[in-house]
Design a binder for this molecule. Structure first.
Ligand code: F3S
Ligand code: ZN
Length: 108
């Protein structure tokens, strides 16, 4: 399942995530670890339950928005692309284009 483009209306904020090398961003549920991890970020939103850990977004982002976070026990992959620095996004939409499972939605 790709990320829901209407996720801001359809998914409730259940918390925030403050990664080591980034800014605080919203997490939308449902979250039930380790199987369901929700959506991280708002300007750069990554559906962790859709992400298969492909890594194209990390490789191609020109401003280094993403960091890996470990997700042991998740059915789709054991690592996820966290939008740690979503505030740095320049709206190029490259990550949306390269993600093979459409796990990313940019709202720039
Ligand atoms: Fe995940 Fe797609 Fe990036 S599968 S690692 S969000 S390219
Ligand atoms: Zn996060």
């Amino acid at each position: 399942m790709p990320i829901d483009p209407e996720f801001e209306e359809n998914r409730d904020v259940v918390g925030t995530h403050s990664p080591d090398n980034g800014g605080e961003h919203e997490v939308r549920g449902p979250v039930d670890e380790p199987e369901r991890l929700g959506i991280h970020g708002t300007v750069v939103a990554v559906d962790f339950d859709a992400c298969i850990g492909d890594g194209a977004c990390l490789e191609d982002c020109p401003v280094d928005v993403f960091d890996w976070v470990e997700s042991p026990g998740h059915p789709a992959s054991d690592r996820k692309a966290d939008p740690a620095r979503e505030d740095d996004c320049i709206g190029c939409y490259l990550c949306e284009d390269v993600c093979p499972v459409d796990a990313i939605k940019i709202q720039y």
